[in-house]
Design a protein around this ligand. Structure first.
Ligand SMILES: *[C@@H]1O[C@H](CO)[C@@H](O)[C@H](O)[C@H]1NC(C)=O
Ligand SMILES: *[C@@H]1O[C@H](CO)[C@@H](O)[C@H](O)[C@H]1NC(C)=O
Ligand SMILES: *[C@@H]1O[C@H](CO)[C@@H](O)[C@H](O)[C@H]1NC(C)=O
Ligand SMILES: *[C@@H]1O[C@H](CO)[C@@H](O)[C@H](O)[C@H]1NC(C)=O
Ligand SMILES: *[C@@H]1O[C@H](CO)[C@@H](O)[C@H](O)[C@H]1NC(C)=O
Ligand SMILES: *[C@@H]1O[C@H](CO)[C@@H](O)[C@H](O)[C@H]1NC(C)=O
Ligand SMILES: *[C@@H]1O[C@H](CO)[C@@H](O)[C@H](O)[C@H]1NC(C)=O
Ligand SMILES: *[C@@H]1O[C@H](CO)[C@@H](O)[C@H](O)[C@H]1NC(C)=O
Ligand SMILES: *[C@@H]1O[C@H](CO)[C@@H](O)[C@H](O)[C@H]1NC(C)=O
Ligand SMILES: *[C@@H]1O[C@H](CO)[C@@H](O)[C@H](O)[C@H]1NC(C)=O
Ligand SMILES: *[C@@H]1O[C@H](CO)[C@@H](O)[C@H](O)[C@H]1NC(C)=O
Ligand SMILES: *[C@@H]1O[C@H](CO)[C@@H](O)[C@H](O)[C@H]1NC(C)=O
Length: 520
């Protein structure tokens, strides 16, 4: 019995059930029974007379299922779009849900997720961030993995998927059902990393060098109760056959080092010594570097749990060009996807995009109240680490935290944000019915940000010299809620709702407005 599995998945059901395509139910019938198929009766009213409040009123009148979904599962709407990557079981919850004993587990090897880090230059020399998780992977039978994986799928099952997708679904599910190890001492060994490309791990990156020395062993300390470690530790300036590490205030070049975890071969990473001055790109991943369609729940689940990660259009060639043409450009991938699935994200990125450091959602940020602040926390951490570097921020409009936090960085760290580039998922994907809020951009210099439609819109931009805007791309920014279905304003959308949109769209609107206006 899966006890602590995503409430979120349950919360998804009303929306999905209301959508046109009927779907077999992966979760308890009780939930299904509560979800009617709502139709809204049209009322003769003038668009201009209708206030947002009326939208909410008409929706709350829909029946108990919406309010119960919203009331019971506020986490589901936390970021304005379905956030199914949440509330994964951890530690003992995994053990008990799988019925495995401590002694079974003791026999399995300890593994370490070692997330590629970054170092800044300080009075004490290079100061490197070590971040990751120590865990054990229980031995779960294939049939049990299938059962667990089916909880994450809507309208299909692992058994019905093509073999490659079934394997991927089991792989991800196994990564989620790990038992994190508290109070384990972690030791790392550092070596200069061979020049990029030599290990075949990363495309289009010629922007880091191999340092002459720096080999050493570092005590990272004990893991937290969640099995995590996240700490900055100064590196000693030790010589190697080719000399020393270069000081960060005396070079513009990024130095690559390999960081091996002692005692396991599961914890290898490449980290980056990033100079005091220069340019860093912070890039989100879902729906900007890969096709997720997170705003289409059934699709988003399939793309996240079963299908091979697919690059979004020709975005890889845009990043490859930047990596090759911008000297010493530091790539940092910052996604709020949970730590448990980090390996799959890294695997995709390093095969498809330039090498770089990485950030995903630490386990102590897994609860609902922390979910909204995680991006800000991670952004502030890297900005504070490099007070003299400039940043290019890239993501898409489907994350409400991005829409607030990216412009907030420009205000909080004046002069450090060079460009904000946001893909408008509503403009190119008619399946995206979720509104987005551009009010965070009010007051920002409009030459420093651009909303765009396709990767080609970024072609030829001289971002190094602050050219962030492609003047051929119409911007349409209202500094308020945008992207309502049919290009309508908030007011006229109410009429459409009342004249009978399907339940999925209505639910989407409720969620978005619930967050935007705080009415619910
Ligand atoms: C470089 O950094 C070191 C250590 O912080 C400092 O001692 C040195 O003066 C700096 N050099 C320059 C040129 O700023
Ligand atoms: C996992 O369990 C199966 C039996 O359920 C057993 O055959 C297999 O050897 C185990 N694998 C490991 C790595 O322990
Ligand atoms: C899942 O796939 C990733 C990426 O290919 C791999 O690194 C990882 O070891 C796999 N995990 C499991 C539990 O099989
Ligand atoms: C971890 O290492 C520290 C310092 O060497 C030591 O004091 C501590 O007892 C160790 N913890 C464990 C759980 O072994
Ligand atoms: C390390 O020491 C060498 C020799 O003193 C010096 O040339 C080099 O700049 C130092 N590097 C760092 C990172 O401190
Ligand atoms: C860690 O591994 C390195 C390289 O293999 C070795 O030199 C070092 O002694 C090891 N340290 C510990 C504490 O095991
Ligand atoms: C990690 O690095 C060690 C030392 O180079 C190597 O033996 C091991 O195969 C690597 N592990 C993986 C999974 O690549
Ligand atoms: C280096 O990074 C640490 C951790 O973010 C930060 O506290 C420190 O101020 C930074 N040092 C410098 C010189 O920027
Ligand atoms: C930026 O703002 C100026 C006036 O403040 C306006 O003239 C211009 O059209 C705006 N540019 C874009 C791309 O919206
Ligand atoms: C601006 O509006 C036009 C016309 O509706 C649309 O084609 C375009 O995609 C929009 N631009 C962006 C960046 O959303
Ligand atoms: C601007 O966008 C258009 C349309 O995607 C593209 O053809 C063009 O190369 C882009 N760059 C510039 C500098 O106009
Ligand atoms: C490649 O990137 C550079 C630096 O931003 C830019 O100047 C150039 O126009 C880009 N080339 C293409 C084809 O986008």
């Amino acid at each position: 019995m899966i006890t602590s599995l995503p409430h979120v998945i349950l919360a998804l059901l009303p929306v999905v059930l209301a959508a046109p395509a009927p779907a077999p139910l992966p979760t308890p019938a009780a939930v299904a029974a509560k979800a009617p198929n709502p139709m809204i009766t049209a009322r003769a009213v003038l668009a201009d007379r209708i206030e947002q409040r009326d939208i909410i009123d008409s929706i709350t009148g829909l029946g108990s299922y919406l309010s119960s979904a919203l009331g019971t599962y506020p986490s589901y709407i936390a970021s304005g779009v379905p956030n199914f990557f949440q509330d994964f079981p951890t530690g003992t919850a995994v053990e008990s849900s799988l019925g495995i004993s401590d002694s079974d587990l003791a026999a399995t090897p300890t593994q370490v997720l070692n997330i590629p880090g970054y170092a800044n230059w300080t009075e004490q020399g290079w100061n490197l961030r070590f971040r990751g998780n120590v865990y054990k992977q229980p031995n779960i039978s294939e049939s049990k993995l299938n059962d667990l994986a089916n909880v994450f799928l809507i309208g299909t099952s692992v058994e019905a998927l093509p073999p490659a997708e079934a394997t991927q679904a089991r792989n991800l599910t196994a990564e989620i059902f790990v038992v994190q190890q508290a109070n384990v001492n972690v030791t790392m060994h550092i070596e200069p990393a061979p020049s990029q490309g030599a290990d075949g791990s990363s495309s289009g990156s010629a922007n880091a060098i191999t340092p002459g020395g720096g080999a050493q062993t570092i005590d990272v300390g004990e893991t937290t109760v969640e099995g995590d470690f996240d700490t900055f530790i100064p590196l000693a300036n030790v010589s190697g056959s080719g000399g020393y590490l270069l000081p960060g205030n005396d070079t513009t070049q990024i130095q690559r080092i390999n960081v091996y975890t002692n005692g396991t071969d599961t914890g290898n990473a490449t980290s980056f010594l990033v100079p005091t001055a220069g340019l860093t790109i912070i890039s989100d991943i879902d729906d900007i570097l890969r096709v997720t369609r997170i705003y289409q729940p059934a699709d988003g689940l399939l793309n996240s749990f079963a299908k091979a990660f697919t690059p979004w259009m020709n975005m890889p060639s845009i990043y490859a060009n930047w990596s090759q043409s911008i000297p010493d450009f530091h790539f940092h991938y910052l996604t709020t996807t949970p730590e448990q699935v980090t390996r799959n994200y890294m695997d995709f990125i390093y095969k498809t995009y330039p090498g770089g450091s990485f950030d995903t959602r630490p386990l102590n940020f897994s609860d609902v109240s922390a979910t909204l602040s995680i991006r800000k926390f991670l952004l502030e951490k890297i900005f504070q680490t490099y007070p003299e570097r400039k940043f290019i921020l890239v993501a898409d409009t489907s994350n409400s935290d991005v829409m607030k936090d990216y412009p907030a960085m420009a205000t909080e760290f004046p002069g450090q944000v060079k460009c904000i580039l946001l893909r408008n998922t509503s403009s190119t994907d008619s399946g995206d019915k979720f509104p987005y809020d551009t009010s965070g951009f009010k007051g920002l210099d409009n030459s420093t940000y651009m909303f765009f439609n396709i990767p080609d819109d970024l072609t030829g931009l001289d971002i190094v010299n602050g050219q962030c805007v492609n003047s051929t791309i119409k911007q349409n920014i209202t500094f308020s809620t945008q992207g309502l279905p049919f290009g309508l304003s908030k007011k006229s959308a109410a009429v459409k709702i009342r004249s009978g949109l399907n339940g999925a769209v209505v639910a989407a609107l409720v969620m978005a407005f619930g967050v935007v206006s705080g009415v619910l």
